[in-house]
Design a protein around this ligand. Structure first.
Ligand SMILES: *[C@@H]1O[C@H](CO)[C@@H](O)[C@H](O)[C@H]1NC(C)=O
Ligand SMILES: *[C@@H]1O[C@H](CO)[C@@H](O)[C@H](O)[C@H]1NC(C)=O
Ligand SMILES: *[C@@H]1O[C@H](CO)[C@@H](O)[C@H](O)[C@H]1NC(C)=O
Ligand SMILES: *[C@@H]1O[C@H](CO)[C@@H](O)[C@H](O)[C@H]1NC(C)=O
Length: 242
């Protein structure tokens, strides 16, 4: 009996721990969430609960080995997926025609971790600004630059936001055009042209310590893991069209 009670208490305290860990209150505190009024708060609480349920269902599948990754709460957990996409993803725009494709007959290594090879910068935060295209472009250039020159630098998303005239700032842009801009104008490091989460006037970028230029890029077909593995293993830098 004592044993059963013990187990039960243990179980309850575990359960409580899990509940408080992911409670909406905790979420609000952790991510400093303030809502304009009570109905907004209730709405966000409902959305959070729905997301949490989805996360828990997914993680149950993860524990059974049915999916390969775990999910968790983050600062976006009070948004519906439609809201999240509207905030962070670029608007649909016509893509440039992809003319060059990765054509390699080499086999990629079985595994590679570019972080261990020092080619990956820290995770960046685009904030509430649809600049994924700019981050996608800088990520690629940072890895390439490190592979070529041995130094890991963080390049300027803000310069792309302000100066790539094919893009509409926080409302979206296209990675390929951003890379074309970099081919023509070069790109400064982030420290010299820091990210401010909104499109401002393009600064004079003539004067700079480091400027990177692109020469070329190739495409890989969508939804093809074989090609994706080849590109990750043999080249490394990939931009995701977002
Ligand atoms: C609460 O705030 C939301 C979002 O700004 C607004 O749409 C809604 O009308 C407000 N509701 C009340 C009762 O003030
Ligand atoms: C260019 O850089 C130098 C050294 O960093 C600085 O002294 C100078 O004021 C800069 N000029 C412009 C136009 O930004
Ligand atoms: C940009 O700054 C450089 C000096 O660093 C200057 O020579 C050039 O005229 C400036 N360009 C523009 C468009 O202001
Ligand atoms: C992926 O690309 C390879 C060529 O590398 C091709 O043989 C294969 O059929 C493609 N798979 C799909 C699903 O398109």
């Amino acid at each position: 009996m004592a044993y059963a009670l013990c187990v039960l208490i243990f179980f309850i305290s575990l359960l409580q721990f899990a509940l408080t860990e992911n409670s909406f209150k905790n979420f609000q505190v952790q991510f400093r969430k303030k809502y304009v009024n009570n109905s907004e708060l209730l709405l966000r609480e409902q959305i959070f609960a729905k997301n949490l349920e989805q996360i828990e269902q997914h993680n149950a599948r993860f524990r059974q080995g049915l999916v390969t990754y775990e999910m968790g709460v983050n600062k976006f957990s009070d948004l519906t997926s439609e809201e999240f996409q509207a905030f962070l993803r670029a608007k649909e725009s016509p893509l440039p025609v992809q003319e060059k494709w990765l054509e390699s007959t080499e086999s990629p290594p079985d595994s590679i971790d570019w972080r261990e090879l020092g080619a990956v910068t820290e995770v960046k935060d685009q904030g509430i600004c649809g600049a994924c295209w700019a981050f996608s472009a800088t990520g690629t250039l940072e890895g390439l630059y490190q592979q070529k020159y041995g130094e890991l630098l963080s390049f300027s998303e803000q310069q792309l936001l302000d100066c790539d005239s094919s893009a509409v700032g926080c409302n979206g842009g296209i990675v390929q055009y951003a890379l074309q801009y970099v081919a023509e104008s070069g790109l400064k490091i982030g420290e010299e042209y820091p990210y401010v989460q909104e499109k401002l006037t393009c600064q004079n970028t003539t004067n700079q310590t480091v400027k990177v230029y692109t020469k070329n890029y190739v495409g890989i077909p969508s939804y093809n893991e074989t090609e994706l593995k080849k590109a990750v293993g043999l080249i490394g830098e990939l931009s995701i069209l977002c």
